[in-house]
Design a protein around this ligand. Structure first.
Ligand code: HEC
Length: 138
């Protein structure tokens, strides 16, 4: 029979494991960093920077865009983990670009956007960039 202390220890381990799995910084390393690098900088001609990605939040459609890109929407992470990760990503790499009224993504919102993964990423990104230029942000 398990002793009480063994049971407490086992519960503690489960807690540590689930916290580690849900921690956005760890999820970034495991699920994003291979392409987006440790500091979110661009790989010229291949991968856009996450540094500055927050500026998309200033134009219509930008909020959806950041979740609908395939690397995010098709991730194996669940909605709550993804919401936390995208919020972490924005504060970590793009804090200066966030609109003053930025409200962090919720799991429910992420669920809605990711149901509709982007196929024409480049076209949508180009349209958003034009809209950004018009607002004078780019
Ligand atoms: C296999 C490589 C790869 C992985 C893994 C990946 N991405 Fe990406 N990401 C890309 C590429 C390439 C693009 C450019 C759009 C496209 O072609 O999908 C992109 C675009 C983005 C964008 C839009 C940036 C912009 O300026 O257009 C965001 C935000 C983003 N990724 C976040 C993430 C997050 C968060 C994760 C982890 C859950 C992740 N990505 C995982 C390759 C990757």
């Amino acid at each position: 029979m398990r002793t009480a202390s063994q049971a407490v220890l086992a519960a503690g381990l489960v807690l540590v494991q689930s916290q580690a799995a849900a921690e956005p910084r760890v999820n970034y390393i495991l699920h994003c960093q291979g392409c987006h690098l440790v500091d979110g900088r661009a790989t010229e001609g291949k991968i856009p920077a996450l540094v500055g990605a927050g500026r998309f939040l200033s134009v219509e459609g930008g909020r959806e865009f950041l979740v609908r890109v395939p690397g995010v929407s098709l991730s194996e992470l669940n909605d709550a983990e993804l919401a936390e990760l995208v919020n972490w990503m924005l504060y970590r790499f793009s804090a200066d670009d966030l609109p003053a009224d930025f409200a962090p993504y919720t799991a429910e919102e992420v669920a809605r956007y990711r149901r509709n993964p982007l196929v024409e990423v480049e076209r949508v990104r180009a349209e958003l960039t034009v809209a950004l230029r018009e607002t004078g942000d780019e």
